[in-house]
Design a protein around this ligand. Structure first.
Ligand SMILES: *[C@@H]1O[C@H](CO)[C@@H](O)[C@H](O)[C@H]1NC(C)=O
Ligand SMILES: *[C@@H]1O[C@H](CO)[C@@H](O)[C@H](O)[C@H]1NC(C)=O
Ligand SMILES: *[C@@H]1O[C@H](CO)[C@@H](O)[C@H](O)[C@H]1NC(C)=O
Ligand SMILES: *[C@@H]1O[C@H](CO)[C@@H](O)[C@H](O)[C@H]1NC(C)=O
Ligand SMILES: *[C@@H]1O[C@H](CO)[C@@H](O)[C@H](O)[C@H]1NC(C)=O
Ligand SMILES: *[C@@H]1O[C@H](CO)[C@@H](O)[C@H](O)[C@H]1NC(C)=O
Ligand SMILES: *[C@@H]1O[C@H](CO)[C@@H](O)[C@H](O)[C@H]1NC(C)=O
Length: 470
């Protein structure tokens, strides 16, 4: 069973790249634009369910799958192409890895239709993901029965809802119309602390994209690369550090869009690529990760809801706000964006022992690496293990197990569920409730400040949710 799952989940990346996850494959070392890959087992804990345990409840929050660039990035590509073609230049070493830029054009064929949406690899990986979850949890779903899941609305692009739809098709197969996606409008004032995009309703939230830390590191790592690349050109083409800073993302985007390995993947050397990845790590760490003050606490209400549902266990009946009742499926599937993935990971505890990332050098033994969980389709997984009648929490990032450093006494380095609940309760105390953090007016406080727990997993009748079919 496990081997089959691995095959299914890896099929996509094998087509595109034969590299092992440890190698400096440019498709996998590009921060949030990295193509999904199963995380390497950096913590020496196998993904297999530990002997003597069963997973009886699971949850995941996943980023949308591989996608086309957003409008701003796409404009950047168009501008870069016109800069290159306006110049007259030769590449000094004939046959070098830069030759292709003479005829390079952006690969988006239908910009009006495609920009910001999922691309073909996204379709494939989401469908495969649905199939992969059925393989992993064969007891969780009975064919031709309803299935519910949740998605952020993300009004800027349908890519998040589309990811949930395609996942559902893979999970349910030909009769996926029996699936219902509860799409939560995170911008509705009633959805405060009760959505999959809580920062959208939080006036005190500000993503600095890494601010000074990223700026400092960019000032260190980009000039030498820019100089090296410009030295390969003869003529009046002169790349700026800002031009060069997107080359690795052209590699990942183009490869996913065309299904063929992009020539941009050969432009950065291994150590340059590693430096580029570090810039992405700083962007996430200080943008909305562990180094972003309380900006990283936005997903605590969702984490609290997951913990609550694990404590209640599967088969519990909840009463919706319209008085009807509801038993959630044993797999709680949720889709959102990179910011939410990063905020959630930051509060799970798995990086609690990591020292703040320095902005002037790359630290040794860095564990917080954005390319291991905010890839396209990056997934934070939660499993409730039941072993001899005891319950444990296990957390996975892109299907690699990440123990909580202060709580790993259970089987497979898992954390006894009651201890995990205490750890998260302490994080809530330290953070304060989200309505306080966001300085939300009393009249807008729609869920209890004391519990700071999202209710959407337990209530299918919320006014800011709409049902979308797969
Ligand atoms: C390229 O040349 C065109 C026409 O001269 C000009 O309008 C455009 O701004 C130039 N683009 C860049 C990126 O230099
Ligand atoms: C889909 O539903 C139809 C109608 O209930 C049923 O006949 C068919 O067997 C189902 N297909 C699968 C793959 O279960
Ligand atoms: C960022 O750098 C500027 C200029 O060096 C400095 O004035 C500012 O205080 C720094 N901000 C932070 C948050 O460190
Ligand atoms: C390229 O630009 C850099 C800085 O933008 C400048 O220092 C350098 O002289 C330029 N080189 C050429 C050949 O124009
Ligand atoms: C988010 O980060 C910004 C910039 O550092 C800061 O001004 C703001 O207070 C932070 N917001 C929260 C909720 O922590
Ligand atoms: C939940 O209910 C299903 C179906 O009745 C049963 O097979 C399963 O053992 C129950 N799970 C738990 C943890 O009680
Ligand atoms: C919060 O309440 C105050 C006083 O009632 C009001 O002036 C302010 O506009 C409210 N802010 C929001 C965001 O509703």
């Amino acid at each position: 069973m496990v081997a089959l799952v691995a095959l299914v989940l890896l099929a996509t990346s094998v087509t595109l790249s034969n590299a092992s996850p440890w190698e400096l494959d440019p498709l996998r070392w590009a921060g949030g634009t990295s193509i999904y890959f199963t995380g390497p087992d950096v913590n020496n804990v196998p993904y297999e369910v530990p002997e003597g345990c069963v997973v009886d409840t699971a949850a995941f929050v996943s980023r949308h799958g591989a996608r086309f660039p957003d409008p701003g990035s796409y404009q950047g590509w168009v501008t870069l192409a016109s800069k290159i073609h306006n110049a007259s230049f030769t590449v000094s070493r004939e046959g070098s890895d830069l030759d292709f830029i003479k005829t390079w054009q952006p690969v988006v064929r239908h910009p009006t239709e495609d920009v910001a949406k999922l691309n073909l690899l996204g379709y494939q990986e989401l469908y495969d993901m649905g199939v992969g979850y059925r393989y992993r949890y064969p007891d969780f779903y009975t064919p031709n029965t309803p299935f519910v899941l949740w998605s952020n609305l993300y009004s800027a692009s349908p890519r998040v809802v589309d990811s949930a739809r395609l996942f559902t098709r893979g999970y349910m197969g030909p009769n996926s119309t029996m699936g219902s996606i509860y799409v939560l409008n995170s911008k509705d004032p009633l959805a405060i602390a009760n959505s999959l995009g809580p920062s959208d309703a939080c006036p005190t939230y500000a993503d600095t994209e890494g601010g000074n830390s990223t700026a400092t590191w960019n000032g260190i790592y980009l000039p030498p690369i820019t100089k090296r690349i410009n030295s390969l050109l003869k003529g009046n083409l002169n790349f700026t550090t800002s031009d060069v800073s997107i080359f690795p993302t052209l590699c990942t985007y183009e490869t996913a869009i065309t299904g063929k390995r992009s020539q941009w993947c050969n432009v950065f050397s291994d150590s340059e690529l590693r430096d580029f990845e570090y810039a992405q790590d700083l962007r996430y760490y200080y943008g909305h990760g562990p180094g972003s003050l309380k900006n990283s606490t936005m997903m605590l209400p969702v984490l609290n809801a997951i913990v609550k549902s694990f404590q209640n266990g599967p088969n519990k009946t909840y009463t919706n706000s319209d008085g009807t009742t509801f038993v959630p499926p044993p797999l709680l599937a949720m889709f959102a964006n990179d910011g939410q993935i990063n905020q959630l990971v930051s509060q799970t505890g798995v990086f609690d022992d990591e020292s703040p990332l320095p902005s002037t050098y790359r630290p040794k033994n860095q564990r917080y690496l954005s390319n291991r969980f905010v890839t396209m389709k990056g997934t934070v997984g939660f499993e409730r293990l039941t072993c001899s009648n005891q319950q444990y929490m296990r957390i996975t990032l892109n299907d690699a197990v990440y123990p909580v450093p202060s709580c790993k006494s259970g089987p497979g380095a898992s954390c006894p569920l009651s201890q995990y609940a205490s750890l998260i309760a302490k994080k809530n105390q330290a953070a304060g409730s989200l309505v306080e953090v966001c300085k939300i007016n009393a009249t807008q406080r729609t869920i209890s400040e004391k519990t700071n727990t999202a209710t959407f997993l337990f209530d299918l009748a919320l006014p800011f949710a709409q049902v979308v079919k797969p």
